[in-house]
Design a protein around this ligand. Structure first.
Ligand code: C2O
Ligand code: CU
Length: 482
């Protein structure tokens, strides 16, 4: 009863409103998703149960976790463009409550999964059904937004991948057991499809989703704390979708083959050139899609930070370490790719020369502030910490330009709900490569980013640092359509 608004047991879009502090929740209940797919699409139904569980990593190591369906990461949610995604969330025993936020997906505000803002947290025994159209193709993820720093760290997240209607289905390997058979003893995962799939010409391609997460103190890919081993016939098109679910950036590189960074935060880049000896730095919350053609006689290595290889791709099964093209030491001194200068320019619906309806500046810092009249050492926006940061008001249809200045010594991956921004400049230097549309941009100490977006998704939205510990310590503001 107390948390009735979090319970959408009827499956109808008319949940009751929580009585206390529910101004936001009340107004969001009318901004719910559709109940039908787009023409040509289908309805994809998923049921996820949040519960505590012990998860076994590929090494056999066991970790106490908060999970969706007993797995970390949670079951992959996949859809084809135009489908209606319907996810029924139940909470079995996560006592602090759970929601699902669709990171990077511009869902209607009432589906955004922010407790206290768009819904109430789903308590044990309750449920809530989310519905939204799969109208953005690309790599996204989902995670709880209730005590999100702890909740995500403990495992309440999973992948959301939407493919083009004309394209082939994704071969999901997020470590949740939905794809290849996994040998818990060795941590080896074999790709049955590619191993038995015959000649390259008929190979459907290898499409792997690999969430990076520091879990129980160990950095894992999916649920692998040892290298994931896969094979693919030479000539097979390979796509690696990398998702950083951690609070801090991860560095990695690919050795043994040239490759391209074809999408960032789910958005395709224009004219991405071939990359060789560079390091990629993936911000907290961000996604990079890499694409390459499986080489003939090499094993391709993915080195995540300085741990040993995360993924070993062999041209055939049982190739062992023969022909290894790189090692974990590779990439240590390689220059970092500047994604604001990668790819080739293309037209955008607006740009630095546009007439903007509204501008604002966010100065990120750390220091003493006051919250509810009490002094507090916090991560601040314009000298204040949540909930004392004034709500940024916009009007539907406005073109907005804003500047984020980092005066602190920490990196702040700035994240917008419900919108993505076009990057205009970084440290006064205009972007010179592909248009870059991001939902999370990494503002490092001393940096200044200028970005722009069209306010076209009415509601009340969170805007925060995706180092979720920083968000927890005040670095959150609300964006509201007046
Ligand atoms: Cu993935 Cu509010 O965040
Ligand atoms: Cu931060």
């Amino acid at each position: 009863a107390e948390h009735a608004a979090g319970t959408d047991t009827t499956g109808e879009h008319a949940p009751e409103v929580h009585e206390a502090g529910a101004g936001g929740v009340r107004s969001m209940t009318s901004l719910r998703g559709p109940s039908e797919p787009a023409p040509g699409g289908t309805t994809r139904r998923f049921a996820l149960t949040a519960r505590t569980a012990t998860v076994t990593l590929s090494s056999g190591r066991r970790v106490a976790a908060w999970t969706f369906d007993g797995k970390v990461p949670g079951p992959p949610i996949t859809a084809v463009e135009g489908d209606l995604v319907e996810v029924r969330l139940r909470n079995a025993d996560v006592t602090s409550g759970v929601t699902i936020h669709w990171h990077g997906y511009d869902v209607p505000a009432g589906e955004d999964g922010v407790p206290g803002l768009t819904q109430d947290a789903v308590r044990p025994g309750q449920e809530f059904t989310y519905r939204f159209l799969a109208n953005q193709v690309g790599t996204y993820w989902y995670h709880t937004h209730e005590v999100s720093d702890i909740g995500v760290r403990k495992g309440l997240y999973g992948m959301l991948v939407v493919t083009r209607r004309a394209g082939g289905p994704a071969d999901q390997v997020s470590g949740s057991g939905s794809g290849p058979a996994s040998d818990g003893e060795t941590g080896r995962t074999r790709d049955g499809g590619a191993g038995t799939g015959g000649p390259a010409a008929s190979a459907p391609g290898l499409d792997l989703t690999l969430p990076v997460h520091t879990f129980g103190g160990v950095t894992v890919l999916g649920d692998h704390d040892r290298a994931i081993e896969r094979s693919a016939a030479p000539g097979t098109p390979v796509r690696l979708r990398l998702v950083n679910t951690d609070n801090t950036p991860h560095r990695f590189t690919l050795a043994g083959t040239p490759y391209r960074l074809v999408a960032v935060d789910g958005q395709d880049l224009n004219g991405p050139g071939e990359l060789g000896r560079v390091g990629l730095r993936l911000p907290a919350g961000g996604r990079y899609d890499l694409a390459f053609t499986m080489p003939a006689a090499r094993t391709v290595l993915l080195a995540v930070d300085d741990r040993t290889e995360g993924l070993r791709l062999s041209p055939q099964e049982g190739a062992g370490s023969a022909g290894v093209a790189g090692s974990a030491g590779d990439g240590a001194g390689w220059p970092e790719l500047d994604i604001t200068r990668y790819g080739t320019p293309a037209g955008t619906p607006f740009g630095p020369g546009s007439r903007f309806d509204r501008r604002f500046t966010l100065v990120l810092d750390r220091g003493l502030t006051f919250s509810g009249g009490r002094p507090l050492y916090a991560h601040t926006v314009n000298g204040r910490a949540f909930p004392s940061i004034p709500t940024q008001v916009v009007r539907d249809g406005e073109l907005i330009r804003f500047t984020v200045v980092n005066r602190s010594r920490d990196t702040h991956p700035w994240h917008l709900h419900g919108h993505r921004v076009l990057v205009l400049s970084r440290d006064g230097r205009a972007t010179s490569g592909s248009p870059l549309w991001l939902d999370t941009f990494d503002v490092r100490p001393g940096e200044v980013w200028e970005v722009a977006f069209r306010a076209a998704n009415p509601g009340l939205w969170m805007n925060h640092c995706h180092n979720l510990a920083h968000a927890d310590q005040g670095m959150v503001l609300h964006l509201n359509y007046e």
